[in-house]
Design a protein around this ligand. Structure first.
Ligand code: SF4
Ligand code: SF4
Length: 379
């Protein structure tokens, strides 16, 4: 094993299921520009809570002072509000591909999480219902509840490979072995029931040693379906905090795609929606400060928000290469590491009229200079 390259991309291929995962993520996709405009978002994130039992050093949720500085509210989504969102989803012309129960916090902290999943499955609101968790609250009771509710996929974030790493990176009283035991129990129960749940594991590679990367694969490959390494990423509002912790980032968060800093148009406003715990609606998981509000599902149907003026303006600003006008997007690195199949920079001129907007007066490339100067001014 020690003769293997240190490059984490090289390590990926050690596990046959990982290779299948890479093929799945790179070969089965259709260029986004060819399917726009979409009558239905491809995916919807819903945040059961923005509270968390971890305080990860790279995550805005782990930084109370940062959250206070932007006045981010804190709380839990009610089951009633979730049901309203799920009912709204049925009004889209097509079925949403993925409902992801996660955005800013740890979803298993919400006492109604199992009922939420069961309701979404019973109402058949999405092709797949998934959640993201740090794994620490996967008790036997929770495992039974999630499987019985019909969860389709669970994405588990392993924060480090040692107890010391958990204490330092997640700032949590949690042992590596405890997380592994919980995942192993989930896997065993899935096997016992022949349940179709997909288990997707990732570890954040902040500072892993070669032996720790190898151990991740050896420990988890037998008890999951997909596994990968994540890298740090400059999230929304990176002017407020360096979420890369000073590391030089050269790949997207999933460590598969090379980062393209020259990219201007973010694909998210064209393909996804995200509902915060309080019902305010944004377009992506990295809008941690809730600065990109395009509606409120408590008072508007999701379909109207998707077709509404605020989202239309956000799309226009991106297509004109002016995302610097939005504080959330100006210094966001996240989308620059998305798969090139999502590229919209080279299709902006064609797309503007499709959204009822005037064509560009000059090539999008001219916007790069403006974008750069706006970002410098903001700093
Ligand atoms: S476990 Fe997830 S949500 Fe919680 S602090 Fe860590 S990265 Fe953020
Ligand atoms: S640029 Fe960043 S904050 Fe803005 S929509 Fe895209 S991912 Fe979200």
């Amino acid at each position: 094993m020690s003769s293997q390259p240190k490059d984490i991309a090289g390590l990926k291929l050690r596990h046959p299921k990982e290779e299948a995962y890479e093929q799945k993520t790179t070969r089965e996709l259709i260029p986004l520009s060819e399917v726009l405009p979409l009558g239905t978002p491809l995916s919807l994130m819903v945040d059961p809570t923005n509270c968390c039992n971890f305080r990860c050093i790279f995550c805005p949720t782990g930084d109370e002072a940062l959250l206070r500085s932007v006045h981010r509210p804190k709380g839990y989504m009610s089951l009633e509000l979730f049901k309203k969102i799920a009912d709204d989803m049925r009004a889209f012309p097509d079925r949403i591909k993925e409902l992801l129960l996660y955005k800013d916090g740890e979803p298993l902290l919400n006492p109604s999480i199992v009922e939420m999943i069961a309701y979404a499955k019973a109402r058949n609101v999405a092709q797949k219902v998934a959640l993201v968790t740090n794994g620490s609250l996967l008790t036997d009771e929770r495992i039974n509840g999630l499987l019985s509710a019909g969860l389709d996929a669970i994405k588990i974030s392993v924060e480090h490979m040692t107890d010391e790493g958990y204490a330092r990176v997640a700032r949590a009283n949690c042992s590596y072995r405890e997380i592994h035991t919980r995942v192993a129990r989930l896997f065993a129960e899935r096997e016992r029931r022949s349940h179709p749940l997909l288990i997707d594991l990732k570890v954040l590679d902040i500072d892993l040693a070669e032996a720790e990367r190898v151990r991740f694969i050896e420990d988890y490959a037998p008890i999951c379906d997909y596994m990968h390494f994540d890298t740090l990423m400059g999230w929304s509002r990176s002017d407020r905090k360096d979420f890369t912790l000073g590391q030089k980032v050269s790949r997207g968060m999933d460590s598969l795609n090379v980062l393209s800093p020259e990219r201007l148009v973010c694909p998210n406003p064209f393909k996804t929606l995200a509902v915060n715990f309080d019902g305010s609606v944004t377009v992506c998981c990295v809008d941690w400060s809730h600065a990109l509000c395009v509606g409120d599902v408590k008072s508007e149907p999701l379909t109207e928000i998707w077709r509404g003026e605020r989202l239309r303006t956000l799309r226009e600003v991106h297509l004109r290469g002016q995302r610097g006008r939005y504080s959330a997007c100006a210094n966001c690195q996240y989308f620059q590491g998305m798969h090139p199949i999502n590229d919209l920079d080279h299709h902006a001129e064609r797309l503007l009229p499709l959204y009822g907007l005037e064509s560009l007066s000059s090539p999008l490339a001219d916007s790069r200079a403006n974008q750069d100067s706006q970002s410098k001014e903001r700093r």
